[in-house]
Ligand binder design. Sequence first.
Ligand code: AFP
Length: 346
Amino acid sequence: MKGKRSVGTTITEHILTQQRTNPEATGAFTTLLNELIVAAKVISREVNKAGLTDILGDTGRINIQNERVQKLDLFANQVIIQRMRHVGQLWCMASEEDPDLIEIPAEYPKGSYILVFDPLDGSSNIDVNVSIGTIFGVYRRPEDSETNEVLLNDVLQPGMKQVAAGYFIYGSSTIMVYTTGQGTGVHGFTLFPSVGEFLLSHENIRIPEQGKTYSVNEGNYAYWDERTRALVDYFKTPDKETSRPYTSRYVGSLVADFHRNLLKGGIFMYPADLKDPKKPTGKLRLMVEANPLAMVVEEAGGYASDGKGSILQIEPTTLHQRVPLFIGSRKDVELAEDFISGRRPL
Ligand code: AFP
C-alpha cells in the first residue's frame, strides 16, 4: 500500500512539527537533520550530472570492505563529513568508507548524537544509471559514558537504540525517507529541484503485511546452505492458496530494492553464503545498512531479521561487521526466519 499523498509540507516544517510534540526537544536534532539534508542535496546534484563530468568512474582505491571505491563515493563521504562535523550536535560519526570512527575536530563544538552512514550505497551501479542511495542512522551517546574520549563501545549500540534512521534515494527523482520511531511513522519527501526543497510526498508509509516479490542475488544459490535454498525454492514454487510463485526483482542496489519493497510489499534477502568461509555472514553491514533500514521497516509495520531473530536486537561487536539480512513485509520475513532458524522442518 502506498503512503497517502499530500504535497506542500517541506521536510523542515515536518521535522519542526514533530519536534514540537516532544516537550524535551532542544532543536539539536532538527539542526542535525537539516544539515544532513543539505549534504544529500549536494550529493543528489552530483549524482544527476555524473554522466556529464569526469567525476564518474573509479578511483582505483580499495575501501575497508575490500571493494573498489568509486569517485562519487569519496565525494559523498567528504560532503557528509564536512557538512556534519561543524553542526555542534555530533559526538562522532562512522562511515562505511572509513575504517575508524570519525572524530569532530577540536575547533568545532561537540554534541551528544552519533551519526552512522553509508554515503553512497550501490555505487557499482553508478556507471549504468541505476538508482543509488545514502543510508543513515542516528544514536545518542550513552548517558553513562565515563570519559570525554570518543569510544568505539559508545558507538557499538544495537539498532533498537537508534533515535532516527532513513535514506535518500537518487533515482528518477530524489526521495528522502525517514523515521524517528516510537509510532511517529515513516515519511517520504521528494526533492523538487525547481524550489530546491524536499516536499512531503509519501505520508505515513505502511508496508503491506505480505508481498508478492522476493529480491535476492540468485547467482549465489550454489553457495547457500540447504535452508536458504529451500526458502528461495518456496517463493518460486507455484501454489494458488499462498499466491505463489512470487515475482523476482533484484537491482543490486540495496536502497532501490528496499524502497520498492517498502512501497509495494515483498522481501529483500542477502543471506549468509559459503563463498568465503571466513565470512559466513553475507555481504551487508549491520551498522550502516541493516540497522537503519530495519528501523524504517519496523516503524512502517514490517520486520527485519538475520534469519534467527530481530536485526535491531543484535549487539554489534565491530564497526564494520556484516550480517545476513531478511527485510520487508512482516509475514514474508517471519516465514524466512522460520526456514533459516530451523523452526520450519525441511
Ligand atoms: P556496491 O556499493 O559495491 O554496489 O554494493 C551494493 C551492495 O552493498 C548493496 O547495495 C546491494 O544490495 C548489494 O551490495 C549487492 O550485492 P551483490 O552484487 O553481491 O548482489
